[in-house]
Design a protein around this ligand. Structure first.
Ligand SMILES: [Zn+2]
Length: 257
């Protein structure tokens, strides 16, 4: 968290506020991020703001400012600093983008070229998927969360995608039947688009918010994530939780085989 729908929501919200605008100053309030400002010639125009996987990319011409929000980061817009642990402020004439990040795991760096080792985006033509799955014995849930295999999916949406596709999270990627792979091909973009349409998922902890403090509305549409013991929306059996790859994993033992 945040995953693709949350990062995309933040980027879409910030884009009209920063694209074509002049980045006047960069203030690091966290020693971990003090190297960002000296690497920039300021002021500089933001030519574009884009997302790749779970990264936000500020295109500054010959440099990119790359922000990765990790577990608890968010990008907020305002005239003054929002509540919470502000680690970085990007100042523009009409306001600032604040990196708010209670756990301080997010990163910001200035590079000439983005070199994140990311697999393809999970939208559009997914015809590469069957071949990619064939090459891996990883449990399918961990495969979906591996950013080198496919970009943008984390713990929440991996659980929801596998529920929609009716696949047990522990199944080895290369052991899926062709019909199951086709269900996965459909479920990946369907779940992510549905979450994007709701501006992402704000869990009860309230950590994720949009750039103006908006809550994402997808939490109420989660079928299994965070719902241990609650009835499966399809069959009514209690949703179960297990640990897979060190992460809490929610699934329906009846619907997911
Ligand atoms: Zn079920």
């Amino acid at each position: 968290m945040p995953e693709l729908p949350e990062v995309e929501t933040m980027v879409q919200g910030l884009r009209p506020l920063v694209e074509g605008e002049t980045l006047l100053a960069v203030e690091a309030h966290d020693p971990k991020l003090v190297h960002v400002r000296p690497a920039l010639d300021l002021p500089v125009e933001v030519r574009a703001l884009a997302r790749r996987g779970k990264y936000a990319l500020f295109d500054l011409g010959d440099r990119l400012l790359v922000i990765h929000l990790r577990m608890s980061g968010r990008l907020a817009w305002g005239a003054s600093a929002p509540e919470g642990r502000v680690r970085l402020a990007l100042r523009f004439p009409d306001g600032a983008v604040y990196l708010v990040d209670p756990r301080r795991l997010g990163t910001a760096e200035v590079v000439r070229e983005f070199k994140g080792e990311l697999g393809p985006e999970p939208f559009g033509d997914l015809s590469w998927l069957p071949t990619a799955l064939k090459g891996s014995r990883m449990p399918i849930k961990l495969w979906l969360m591996d950013q080198r295999k496919i970009a943008g999916i984390g713990n929440i949406y991996a659980a929801e995608i596998l529920f929609r596709a009716g696949i047990d999270p522990r199944r080895p990627a290369r052991g899926l039947e062709p019909a199951e792979v086709r269900r996965l091909e459909n479920a990946i973009p369907e779940v992510l688009q549905a979450a994007l349409a709701e501006a992402g998922t704000t869990l009860p902890d309230g950590v994720y918010q949009g750039p103006n403090g908006e809550r994402g509305g997808f939490a109420v549409e989660l079928s299994v994530y965070g719902r241990e013991g609650e009835p499966c929306p399809t069959c009514g059996a209690p949703v179960q939780r297990m640990i897979l790859g060190g992460r809490g994993t929610y699934f329906c033992p009846c619907c997911q085989r």
